[in-house]
Write a protein that binds this ligand. Structure first.
Ligand SMILES: NC(=O)c1ccc[n+]([C@@H]2O[C@H](COP(=O)([O-])OP(=O)(O)OC[C@H]3O[C@@H](n4cnc5c(N)ncnc54)[C@H](O)[C@@H]3O)[C@@H](O)[C@H]2O)c1
Length: 315
């Protein structure tokens, strides 16, 4: 089965790595050869890591490389592809243009799935010839390791194409979750940004430092979130009384907390500079084994993800 990745940046090369790992013939398109060369290096590095972690052997490494064809010819990329995963820049105009380029050559039955992090599929599909086949399929970085794909529909997306997309992602061991309605930020980023707004708020109020926020998440709730969602966490927190008991018990206090928590809609001025300084200090303070540079910390993350995926039976 052939699939295509349009746009070969961080996410496009992550998808290509994953599709190839799952045995799919994958074409990877970008606007110039330089981008494609960078993508091939990224894919090789993704695969090398999996090889070094004993997830794949040398034979599989080589098969994966062979399964990926790079091209700057959109017709070659999409012709005959069952799924076309769009990973271009996060911008309506560019994404509409990419959809038009794809539709000029793809098969009638192809699914066009956008990796958009939060744009509306209705808008992306506005000028499409066949808007019924355009779905959102939002992955999480690193795509080759994180199972979640949030599937979103636009006003004209058909249930038939949503079902086809869900079946396909399931068949390659992804964990698709379908949104029943369009929503900016989908499920996961809405949750992530609700948490992050409060993280910003308590730093701004001087309650704790940037490093302490990360420690409090990582060594506390974050460990549980890697294993189950908030509803199951409160179910267990309620003991024999379950989540109903937990909410009945904690509910009145929590309403006081909510009344005191952030509800602003624009970022505090200068926060990006402030947080960068705090994160630079935090990175310098980490032990060597946990990593001090972006690359070392990403490696630390990915090794941990492999252990968790094995525990979840996903690897
Ligand atoms: N970075 C993340 O963590 C993340 C996570 C989930 C989803 N996404 C989404 O995935 C998409 C890609 O993000 P990214 O981080 O890989 O960006 P990126 O900048 O790394 O890659 C974008 C790629 O698109 C290519 N491109 C530009 N114009 C194009 C065109 N007309 N046709 C085809 N390709 C074109 C660029 O050359 C580049 O290689 C975005 O929609 C983004 O919101 C990103």
């Amino acid at each position: 089965m052939k699939v295509a990745c349009i746009g070969s940046g961080l996410i496009g090369s992550g998808w290509a790595t994953y599709f190839a790992l799952k045995g799919l013939e994958t074409t990877l398109f970008d606007i110039d050869d330089e981008k494609l060369d960078q993508a091939v290096e990224r894919i090789k590095s993704n695969l090398k890591f999996l090889y070094e972690e004993n997830v794949i052997d040398e034979r599989e490494f080589n098969f994966c490389i062979e399964r990926i064809t790079t091209t700057t010819d959109i017709e070659k990329a999409v012709k005959g592809a069952v799924l076309i995963q769009e990973n271009g820049p996060e911008n309506y105009e560019v994404k509409r243009k990419i959809v038009a380029d794809i539709e000029a050559y793809c098969d009638d039955k192809s699914i066009i799935a956008s990796s958009t992090s939060g744009l509306l599929i209705t808008e992306i599909a506005k000028e499409a010839k066949v808007p019924e086949r355009i779905v959102g399929a939002h992955p999480y970085n690193p795509v080759q390791l994180i199972p979640l794909v949030e599937i979103t529909k636009g006003e004209q997306t058909s249930d038939e194409f949503v079902a086809k997309a869900v079946d396909l992602y399931k068949a390659i061991d992804k964990e698709p979750v379908v949104l029943r309605k369009e929503a900016l930020g989908f499920i996961s980023n809405r949750l992530a940004m609700a948490l992050y707004r409060e993280a910003v708020e308590i730093v701004e109020r001087g309650i704790c430092t940037i490093e302490e926020i990360d420690k409090a998440c990582c060594y506390g709730p974050g460990l549980r979130y890697a294993l189950m969602g908030p509803n199951l966490i409160y179910q267990l927190g309620g003991g024999n009384y379950g989540i109903r008991g937990a909410l009945t018990h904690m509910g009145p206090s929590v309403e006081h907390w909510w009344a005191d928590m952030a509800d602003w809609k624009t970022w505090p001025e200068g926060y990006a500079d402030k947080v960068q300084k705090g994160v630079d200090e935090e990175m310098a303070n980490r032990s060597k084994s946990h990593g001090n540079t972006n690359e070392e910390i990403a490696m630390f993350r990915d090794k941990g993800l492999i252990m968790l995926l094995k525990y979840h039976g996903k690897m």
